[in-house]
Ligand binder design. Structure first.
Ligand code: NAD
Length: 337
């Protein structure tokens, strides 16, 4: 990005609390003077035959064109004849890695105060693809596909991330002692990539041991890279270490350099429309998007304002034990900026 340039980015406000917290992000960006023009796309009310989902073709094209976007939570409508919204995005945009930083927030007390790790999850294959069928009655089969191409791609991303973000170590999480072929191949690919990054320490940790260490002493981890299903589980465990869903951002990396940031949480139907949601997770996701665009000054200012607001403790939403509404908390963050 060059100075003075305005960037177009796609915004999916999403469902439930999505539009409320997306509004918070828009306000914060305005106050911080972020030169971004949003292209807003909503989830449709009927299935678009071109995508076989409630997401329109135009909205996917918008992300492909802009290569950068922010996504609120999407509630997948129940019924047949359409694909899950998140799965559609993942497949259509080739979102191959999910990056989720977990940092203890100063001033917000949890059991740990030294969590500073990043999980990087392979996002396209493994058990998570749901390739399952019944062989005969009482016997089912699930296919766990691991390919060299997808493993190398996510490993490459993890090491590149570590190097460009001043991280020292990459841990590959696996169960290759049992899943010798599949996790074995995943590890082999990680080792190959590790050789190209001699400045980054590389280690391999068996997933059960990883879980134990994470809850005992999460401060020992730096960057973790892992196959899809392990990433699904471990990244939620890590979110829990720092205070839960209202706080954890993430970012999906896709083919051709696409970056689609999103909060980890869902549409929270129990509190939607009540001005109660915590917009922090989506704001921090937006900060990840800004860092991706190299808008580092604005990213830093917004990040610091969020940290200060939470640390002060005067304005906090209900999920963090406070009494503030979404809009009061957002205003406090804006005032700090
Ligand atoms: P959820 O994350 O929406 O809610 C779980 C609990 O956390 C609720 O009590 C909710 O009030 C609370 N919560 C979540 N985000 C919060 C926030 N920002 N501030 C304060 N409290 C918050 O999970 P769910 O209820 O299992 O799912 C609801 C819907 O969201 C479902 O349709 C599901 O498919 C969808 N979902 C979408 C995504 C996504 O788009 N990435 C992720 C998860 C769930």
């Amino acid at each position: 990005t060059e100075a003075g340039e305005t960037i177009r980015a796609t915004l999916f406000p999403g469902d439930g609390i999505g539009p409320e917290i997306a509004e918070s992000v828009k306000q914060v960006f305005k106050v911080a003077g972020v030169p971004i023009e949003w292209e807003e796309h909503y989830v449709g009310t009927e299935v678009d035959p071109r995508t076989e989902s409630f997401l329109t073709w135009e909205s996917l094209e918008s992300v492909r064109r802009n290569k950068v976007g922010l996504k609120g939570p999407m509630a997948t409508p129940i019924g047949k004849g359409h694909r899950s919204l998140n799965l559609t995005l993942r497949k259509e945009l080739g979102l191959y890695a999910n990056v989720r930083p977990c940092n203890s927030l100063p001033g917000y007390k949890t059991r740990y105060d030294d969590v500073n790790l990043v999980t990087i999850r392979e996002n396209t294959e493994g058990e998570y693809s749901g390739l399952e069928h019944q062989v005969v009655r009482g016997v089912v089969e699930s296919l766990k596909i691991i390919t060299r191409q997808a493993s190398l791609r996510v490993a490459e991303y993890a090491f590149h991330y570590a190097k460009t973000n001043g991280r020292e170590r990459v841990s590959a999480i696996h169960k290759a002692n049992i899943m010798r072929k599949t996790d074995g191949l995943f590890l082999k690919c990680c080792r190959e990539v590790a050789e190209k990054y001699p400045e980054i320490i590389y280690e391999e940790v068996i997933i059960d041991n990883c879980c134990m260490t994470l809850v005992k002493n999460p401060g020992t981890f730096d960057v973790l890279v892992m196959p899809n299903l392990y990433g699904d589980i471990i990244s939620d465990l890590c979110a829990g270490l720092i205070g839960g869903l209202g706080l954890t951002p993430s970012c999906n990396i896709g083919e051709g350099g696409i970056c689609l940031a999103e909060a980890v949480h869902g549409s929270a139907p129990d509190i939607s429309g009540k001005n109660l949601a915590n917009p922090t997770a989506l704001m921090l996701s937006a900060v990840m998007m800004l860092r991706h665009l190299q808008f580092n000054d604005q990213a830093e200012r917004i990040h610091n304002a969020i940290l200060q607001t939470i640390a002060e403790g005067k304005y906090r939403t209900a999920d963090l034990g406070g009494k503030s509404s979404t809009s009061d908390y957002t205003k406090a963050v804006c005032d700090h900026i």
